[in-house]
Design a protein around this ligand. Structure first.
Ligand SMILES: Cc1cc2nc3c(=O)[nH]c(=O)nc-3n(C[C@H](O)[C@H](O)[C@H](O)COP(=O)(O)O)c2cc1C
Length: 426
């Protein structure tokens, strides 16, 4: 594929190991949409949202997390992909791609990060509670047979994803959800084959990847989102992520997306890692991506978190530090951003997260309370949920963010109300 000398690096196509070619290096990173109906099915609003994003000419669109087990949601409005799903609705979502950008579905199970509105008995590798203001009940440890059933559930969901016309699948192994809980010695205290050594803690992830690959065949893109580290004492560490990346490459994954953090340490949207260069301050996991890049060998790496200037994006590609640039929040404000970046229009991406106001004094950014810090981060994220709703209604996004705690409270109230309205299909 020939490129004009003046074309920015981010306009270059990328061939994945499975043979699929991405048209350029900009990916819309996964962002939970909350747009499913009360039966957990895809909706016309979701189709409208993805039409809008697809028109923006990104090389890749990754969906927000979609659940493989309808008993456990990450939040109200999650789509569920299982044997009860409305396949016509899913097919309409899969084909909402006027610009032709591939749409990959991100599969997830929240594990202990499933709040009390949805369950009073979450499941996890071990009964380690998530102490965030009483919002999460103490989890129950999964039995070995349940773990095996979950591996099958991921595989069955992936088979549906392919059959219904999506362009690829991503396994969510980051951000403190179930697979990430297995990887972390802080949340995985098991003494059987699923816990202990890193090889045992990674067994669930690798079994899921194998099941997914078997379900979709060799020519369909399979990706994994992995934490570069949890950034928590006793959590999944960077050197372990490097090793797991090596195993993922050997398992034939097509693209590893690197992020970081969990609900306890919301680094994925709010990292303040030490950084030696301006570029690394902007793309806050860049310093961690290097070792993972090496471990991956020829398997491409996508990095998400903080990219806001074409200069930093181009440089990360030119230096060979990343292959795909994951961009999240700016897509909520400027859905067409990839088209103009690829065309060489180099204005920075919108970053309204800088203007989100948290409370004063003890409610502010320096709060000593983990609950307050988490509430502020939740509110800052939920403001982007509201912009996603606006895009899905065909409206323009808001200009100015509000107060984080107020947005968080509004979101929690909606989550609780919609959880009560859910219609179960057993
Ligand atoms: C509103 C919102 C929802 C998100 N939902 C998901 C999700 O469903 N799955 C996921 O892997 N990451 C999710 N993320 C994290 C993003 O994929 C991305 O890693 C993060 O926003 C950092 O990239 P950015 O600085 O370009 O926004 C979400 C982030 C935001 C802001």
């Amino acid at each position: 594929m020939r490129r004009e000398a003046s074309e920015p690096a981010l306009a270059a196509p990328l061939a994945l190991p499975c043979g699929v070619v991405l048209a350029n290096r900009i990916a819309k990173a996964p962002m939970t949409e909350g747009l499913a109906d009360a039966g957990d099915d895809a909706t016309p609003a979701l189709v409208r949202l993805y039409r809008r994003w697809a028109e923006g000419a990104a090389g890749l669109l990754v969906s927000g997390n979609v659940m493989v087990d309808r008993r456990f949601l990450e939040r109200s409005g999650n789509v569920v992909v299982d044997q009860h799903s409305d396949e016509t609705a899913l097919r309409a979502w899969a084909t909402a791609r006027p610009g032709g950008a591939p749409l990959w579905l991100q599969l997830n199970h929240p594990g202990r990060q499933c709040n009390r509105f949805h369950t009073h008995e979450p499941v996890a590798p071990s009964p380690v509670p998530l102490a965030l203001g009483g919002l999460f009940a103490r989890p129950r440890a999964l039995a070995a047979a349940e773990i095996e059933a979950l591996v099958e559930a991921f595989g069955a969901a992936a088979a549906r994803v392919r059959r219904l016309g999506f362009g690829g699948v991503q396994v969510h192994a980051a951000h403190g959800y179930l697979i990430s809980q297995f990887l972390s010695p802080r949340t995985n205290l098991r003494s059987d084959a699923w816990g202990g050594s890193l090889a045992n803690r990674a067994r669930f992830l690798l079994a899921v990847v194998r099941a997914v690959r078997e379900a979709v065949g060799p020519a369909f893109p399979v990706s994994v989102k992995l934490n570069a580290a949890d950034f928590l004492r006793g959590g999944f560490e960077h050197h372990e992520a490097v090793e797991v990346a090596r195993w993922l490459a050997a398992a034939g994954v097509d693209l590893v997306e690197v992020s970081g953090g969990t609900y306890e340490r919301v680094a994925f949207v709010d990292a303040h890692q030490p950084a030696s260069t301006t570029r690394a301050r902007e793309a806050y996991f860049l310093a961690y991506a290097r070792a993972i890049r090496e471990a991956l060998g020829r398997t491409p790496l996508m990095l998400s978190g903080g990219f806001r200037t074409p200069a930093a994006m181009d440089a990360a590609l030119a230096e060979g530090e990343v292959d795909v640039l994951g961009v999240g929040r700016p897509f909520c404000l400027e859905p067409g951003l990839a088209r103009r970046l690829v065309a060489g229009h180099r204005a920075p991406l919108p970053s309204p997260e800088r203007g989100i106001r948290v409370g004063p004094g003890p409610l502010g950014p320096g709060s000593r309370s983990r609950f307050v810090r988490s509430l502020n981060a939740q509110g800052a994220t939920a403001w982007f949920y509201e912009q996603i709703y606006r895009l899905a209604r065909g409206e323009e996004p808001e200009e100015r963010p509000g107060w984080a705690a107020a947005v968080a409270a509004r979101h929690l109230w909606q989550d609780a109300r919609r959880a009560r309205q859910r219609r179960w299909r057993a």
